[in-house]
Design a protein around this ligand. Structure first.
Ligand SMILES: O=C1O[C@H](COP(=O)(O)O)[C@@H](O)[C@H](O)[C@H]1O
Length: 232
């Protein structure tokens, strides 16, 4: 199970180090290809990291940002990951970045997933940077235990890049990038904080049942070796 662990004493130090690392990867992509793509997670963990990244000087006008996953709610909903990114990342230096939401105001969530698939940048090639979180149930992105489309979402042969997911622990119906869209990112980060998440990570590393803990797909099968950033 190959991975690289980065441990920090606190979330503030982690946020600065991760912002430096991500900014360097984005800058390298802009230099090499003239543009860079970044897929970020939502939830409560990434706020300080988003704040730090938003201050990093780089050619943000050439950076395209999207979400790893989203609830099927509009951007003014307090639980929207779009709102989180807008509030904490797309400002300061990063205000110039282009943002492509996963949520689309379509009649059905399946229509929204199709619309997002064709509108989200970087879908035809690996993301330069993808940052995953992890829930205490072992979910990552919206790959939830018991999810109705979990097996397909974790299948590396799955052609859809954006999928729908409903699961008992997910609350709202979700839109999620598929594992096939995420696993080969140039830089693949798993960002977790606190002792509870560390215990969940240790449990995930000790087993192999992906249906029980979908994060195991990332830890075991991603083409890119994940870098795990953890603050105690
Ligand atoms: O539902 C979600 O949860 C995970 C973890 O969130 P956190 O609040 O425990 O940090 C997150 O990675 C994912 O993007 C989000 O939709």
């Amino acid at each position: 199970m190959p991975y690289t662990m980065h441990n920090f004493d606190n979330g503030a130090d982690l946020a600065q180090a991760l912002a430096d690392r991500v900014a360097a990867s984005l800058a390298a992509a802009v230099k090499a290809r003239g543009e860079a793509t970044l897929a970020v997670s939502g939830g409560s963990t990434p706020k300080a990291f988003f704040e730090a990244l938003s201050t990093r000087a780089l050619d943000w006008g050439k950076v395209k940002v999207t979400l790893v996953d989203e609830r099927f709610v509009p951007a003014d909903n307090a639980r929207s990951n779009h709102l989180l990114v807008k509030t904490h990342l797309l400002k300061a230096e990063a205000a110039q970045a282009a943002f492509a939401p996963l949520y689309r105001p379509e009649k059905t969530i399946e229509d929204a997933a199709r619309a997002a698939s064709s509108a989200v940048p970087g879908m035809d090639r690996p993301f330069d940077v993808a940052i995953l979180g992890m829930g205490t149930d072992g979910h990552t992105a919206s790959f939830f235990p018991g999810g109705d489309h979990l097996a397909a979402a974790l299948d590396l042969n799955e052609p859809r890049r954006v999928m729908t997911m409903e699961a008992p622990g997910a609350g709202e119906a979700r839109l999620t990038l598929s594992f096939s869209a995420l696993h080969d990112a140039g830089l693949l980060i798993v960002h977790i904080e606190g002792p509870e998440k560390k215990a969940v990570l240790d449990k995930a590393l000790a087993g192999s049942d992906e249906a029980e803990m979908p994060i195991r797909a990332v830890l075991e099968r991603a083409a890119t070796t994940p870098d795990i950033y953890w603050a105690s």
